[in-house]
Design a protein around this ligand. Structure first.
Ligand code: FAD
Ligand code: NAP
Length: 338
């Protein structure tokens, strides 16, 4: 199914709620549609990009060209034994609908990733993560349409270049592939991962480590701390948590004894909490014009109403300068600026 529209209002299609339009938007459901779309010379030549739920983008103006949007909604169990369920999910499925579906089927692995906005197709792009789990932990392969060859490639997880909020789809394959489906391996045996922050306590008070209690606990922690994009425009964490050398982290610790340091998972390096750095520079809860810093999580920049992408970028630049001056750390944007 191909559905083409022109001069589309994007303000309800990005969670920052930034007002902008795009010249052409095409919804599609499979790779055959993509082959038809890219056989049109006007589209093949023009600027194009892929839009999911718009929860990790910042629009800085109108989009000139074509935005492609996966509209598929299939979730299929492709193999099942006594330990593992393999599941194929269309890129267009809402991520949290997939998590709810997995929980309803008693499939383990996605529950800590409850409540993350966006689509399944975008999950491998930045290897979404929360509460000690990353999408790569449950992804076995990613199906992607290659615009250069016109073919669908199935990339095994080991070939997706997954890293901390990173993947090959943000790098080498950016502008070349469109993710059409993701294959997950989910566990059938109970395997709770509750060693992150208050998750254990919250799950216990919900009644113990069942899939639905863990999901409820994650949702409740998130609701208390993060702004609802329907009420306050935002794209979650604006910056990535910096990963620095062990030596640099030790120097920071001796200069700022209260700085939190976390294992990065990569030998010889340490993860810093960007939110703590921003808070320490006095930005938490502050604003610059129509762009603000969320009062409960300094890593989240918000649209206070009528902000443009440039208003948000101006605030981001001021924050980066202050963090650099105070700690010698360069914050890298997590959000994709369009
Ligand atoms: P979009 O914003 O539409 O797109 C993001 C990028 O992916 C773009 O570059 C786009 O071109 C590309 N893309 C999208 N779909 C495809 C596709 N099918 N093929 C190829 N490229 C594609 N992120 C986390 O990691 N953890 C969190 O806990 C988390 N919490 C959040 C909380 C809030 C309140 C908000 C607003 C955001 C949060 N995010 C979090 C960020 C965001 O939800 C994720 O990055 C999500 O995966 C983005 O999905 P999307 O469909 O909205 O992608
Ligand atoms: P938080 O729990 O206040 O923690 C602050 C930061 O410290 C987090 O960014 C987290 O890194 C790190 N951290 C805390 N405990 C950790 C531990 N036990 N092991 C390793 N790192 C730890 O963060 P929050 O804002 O409420 O978010 C909770 C979770 O949701 C986090 O995992 C966060 O990544 C995720 N989240 C992500 C986004 C996004 O847009 N990317 C938005 C909202 C929430 P990590 O970020 O690496 O986990």
């Amino acid at each position: 199914m191909i559905n083409e529209r022109h001069d589309v209002d994007l303000s309800g299609l990005n969670t920052f709620g930034i007002g902008a339009r795009c010249e052409r938007m095409i919804e599609f459901t499979d790779s055959a549609d993509l082959r038809d779309i890219f056989s049109r010379p006007d589209i093949a030549r023009e600027h194009w990009d892929v839009l999911g739920g718009g929860s990790n983008i910042l629009l800085t103006g109108d989009f000139h060209g074509t935005l492609l949007k996966h509209a598929g909604s299939q979730m299929t169990i492709t193999s099942l034994d006594s330990h593992i369920a393999e599941v194929r999910v269309d890129a267009g499925v809402v991520w949290d609908d997939f998590v709810q579906w997995a929980v309803d089927h008693d499939f383990w692995g996605a529950e800590n990733l409850s409540g993350i906005p966006g689509t399944v197709g975008a999950a491998p792009v930045q290897n979404i993560g929360a509460y000690g789990v990353e999408a790569k932990d449950i992804i076995c392969s990613v199906e992607a349409y290659d615009v250069l060859t016109g073919k669908v490639t199935t990339l095994a997880s080991a070939h997706c270049g997954f890293g901390y909020r990173d993947s090959i789809f943000k790098r080498m394959l950016k502008g070349r592939t469109i993710i059409t489906a993701v294959n997950f391996a989910l566990g059938l045996e109970s395997s709770p991962r509750l060693d992150y922050g208050d998750l254990l306590t919250e799950t216990e008070s919900a009644g113990g480590a069942t899939l639905s209690n863990i999901r409820a606990a994650v949702m409740s922690i998130r609701d208390r701390k993060l702004p609802d994009p329907h009420e306050t425009g935002n794209a979650g964490s604006f910056f990535k948590n910096p990963v620095v050398t062990q030596t640099f982290a030790e120097k920071l610790k001796s200069d700022h004894p209260s700085i939190p340091l976390y294992p990065s998972g990569i030998d010889g390096t340490t993860k810093l909490a960007a939110g703590w750095l921003i808070d320490s520079c006095g930005w938490k809860g502050r604003s610059l014009g129509r762009a603000g810093v969320h009062p409960r999580q300094a890593l989240v920049l918000v649209n206070l109403g009528g902000a443009t992408g440039h208003d948000i970028l101006t605030l981001a630049r001021r924050i980066r300068e202050d963090v650099h001056a105070a700690f010698g750390v360069d914050l890298e944007m997590e959000v994709n600026v369009w």
